[in-house]
Design a protein around this ligand. Structure first.
Ligand code: HEC
Length: 179
C-alpha cells in the first residue's frame, strides 16, 4: 500500500522531508544524491523521492532485503559476463556504475529486451531476460544491490546482516514465480 495515498502535494512534500530525515543512510558519497537516498519505504522496499527502487543501509550495516537478495541473484545470473560484484569484464560493462548512471527504466528495458552492438569492430550482445523468471522476478533486487555497491554504501561480499523478508515481498515473489 502506498503511504502517500490521500495526502495533498504540500503535505506529501512535508511527509517526504520528514521520512527522508528518519531513514538511516550510510555515510557515503550517496548520502545526498536524490537518485540514491531512500525517501520512503513500503513493506520492506525502499524508494527515492521519484519512486525509483533504492537501497537502505542502517548504521550497524544491516542491509534492506532487496540488497541482500540482489547480491545472490546477481551472482547467479549476471556475474558470468559482468564480473563478480558488478565490476565489469573485458566484454561486458561494470554494472555497479550502470545502475547509478543509467535511468532505472532504461536499465529495466535493457535487461528485459537485451541489446546488441554488432559491427566490423564490435560483437557485443546483452541477452534478453524477459522470459526468465529467475531474473524478472528479482530485477529490482539486482538493481538495488548494484546501486548499493556502486555507491560504496556496502562493502564487497555477501552482506552479513539483513532485514527480514517482508510478507509483501514474499507474496509478490510467489505471485511472480507462479508458485
Ligand atoms: C552472456 C553475457 C551476459 C549476461 C549473462 C548478462 N549480460 Fe548484461 N550485457 C552484456 C553485454 C555484452 C552488454 C553490452 C551490450 C552492448 O554493447 O550494448 C551488456 C549490457 C548490459 C546493460 C547495459 C549497461 C550499460 O551501462 O549500458 C545492463 C543494464 C545489463 N547488461 C544488465 C544485466 C543483468 C542485470 C544481467 C543478469 C540478469 C546481465 N546483464 C547478464 C552481456 C551479458
Amino acid at each position: 500500500m502506498m503511504m502517500r495515498n490521500g495526502i495533498s502535494g504540500l503535505a506529501l512534500a512535508a511527509t517526504l522531508t520528514l521520512l527522508a530525515g528518519s531513514v538511516v543512510t550510510a555515510e557515503t558519497k550517496a548520502a545526498d544524491d536524490p537518485n540514491l537516498v531512500a525517501a520512503y519505504d513500503e513493506d520492506g522496499r525502499y524508494y527515492t523521492e521519484d519512486d525509483v527502487p533504492t537501497f537502505n543501509i542502517q548504521e550497524d550495516g544491516t542491509v534492506d532485503w532487496l540488497t541482500y537478495s540482489g547480491f545472490r541473484r546477481y551472482h547467479a545470473e549476471c556475474h558470468v559476463c559482468h564480473g563478480p560484484e558488478g565490476e565489469g569484464s573485458t566484454y561486458a560493462p561494470a554494472l555497479k556504475n550502470s545502475a547509478i548512471d543509467m535511468d532505472y527504466y532504461d536499465f529495466v528495458d535493457v535487461v528485459t529486451n537485451g541489446r546488441k552492438r554488432i559491427s566490423s569492430s564490435e560483437n557485443s550482445v546483452m541477452p534478453s531476460f524477459g522470459d526468465n523468471p529467475n531474473v524478472m522476478c528479482y530485477l529490482d533486487d539486482i538493481y538495488v544491490y548494484l546501486k548499493a555497491h556502486g555507491s560504496e554504501a556496502i562493502a564487497r561480499g555477501r552482506p552479513a546482516k539483513k532485514e527480514d523478508k517482508s510478507d509483501a515481498i514474499r507474496e509478490a515473489e510467489n505471485a511472480c514465480l507462479g508458485t
